[in-house]
Design a protein around this ligand. Sequence first.
Ligand code: NAD
Length: 453
Amino acid sequence: MSHQVVSPVDESVVATIEELDLAAADAAIEAAAAAQPAWAAVAPADRARLLRRAAEAIDAANEELARLEVRNAGHTITNARWEAGNVRDVLSYYAGAPERHFGRQIPVPGGVDITFLEPLGVVGIIVPWNFPMPIASWGFAPALAAGNAVVLKPAELTPLTAMRIAELCHEAGIPKDVFQVLPGKGSVVGWRFVTHEKVRKVCFTGSTEVGKKIMAGCAEQVKRVTLELGGKSANVVFADADLEEAAASAPGSVFDNAGQDCCARSRLLVEASVYERFLSLLEPAVKSFKVGDPAAESSQMGPLISDEQRRQVASYIGPEAPVAFQGSAPEGKGFWFPPTVLAPIGPGERACQEEIFGPVLSVIPFSDEAEAIAIANDTPYGLSGSIWTRDLGRAFRVARAIETGTLSVNSHSSVRYWTPFGGFKQSGLGRELGPDALEHFSELKNVFIRTGE
Ligand code: NAD
């Protein structure tokens, strides 16, 4: 079945894609399973070399991939270049892994005991539309490094860059059946990763709602699963912080990628004693956030991904919504939505509890450290967050108390390929990236060899 990929910038058709049906998905999984043993048998240094070559090919195609993402997903060109660069970096980081992916020798009586880290077989990776390139690579790079074959399903709305990345990897020498990108529906191709016995692990990034179904489906076969799901992260600003810096950086922490970021700091918690002053610093920062043609170098934010997404975001800004101020957005074609600030708003309101996945920031005043922690933890999510303070002790206390997987102090860093990433509570299960990612793509095997006393 063919599917039209539409640009969110001007609603034009960017490409028409043939989506796989169930039979084609099955054939791809069978081909991956057949190719995987030979891939696992490639000498570690050669597997490393192939991953390094793929990184180089993606680096050489950085501008092409970035321009494609601007058209397909409406990402700003500066972000899209970073995203293609992230794929290169993740590949070259895990290119160092095959030669260092070793087990242990454990002292035991009567023999020698050795552990091996075996590949799982075929790994299915399901990717959402908000960061099509990086999220794909966080799965496929460590999975391939550990000797697995990969079948990857991009989101229906944004398949183009992942398809091009697969071509580049094949040109670099990674066998076609070892890494396949399979465009198709989540309910057909994605779900087949869950039900097909030869897919031994599913790495799912997407909504918490679909993630729960994936987890339940995987339970049927006790299939390994990693889930990277939604978020409602807090940006906590204490009165002793550098308020100018905290206010200047707050818009980027939530409006980047038009707020379609699982790590978006969509709740801004401000100590009551500096609330008015902070809002007066925040307003010009929000109003000067540049929303426009994502291909322009100066743009900081593009459109939302689809008309449906825009309608969903708009549903949080009804007549009763306490809109304090808004930035601006282009009119006419494209799925535009202006940066919007709701303030003050109670932590229990719908806009403070649900992941809006759009450029909407809720500002919540708090009275002291204990209340800030309680509010920060008062959602079903726990993915990311930021703490702004000059008090080192407080920074550590609050960082330890907030139930979330990735925190940053006096900055908004979330995803760094050197360090583990993932969520607490309903934000996910398992971790991606960092030095330990290969363990999540391996089975631990223990072998005892009797030597006699
Ligand atoms: P989604 O759950 O609708 O879809 C995600 C992917 O799952 C898509 O490829 C889709 O086709 C597929 N899918 C849908 N139904 C399926 C099914 N029944 N079986 C198998 N696959 C299925 O999410 P989305 O709207 O594309 O992405 C937005 C969500 O992703 C947000 O909630 C966001 O927070 C989350 N996200 C999380 C992270 C993270 O790392 N925690 C990162 C990015 C996005």
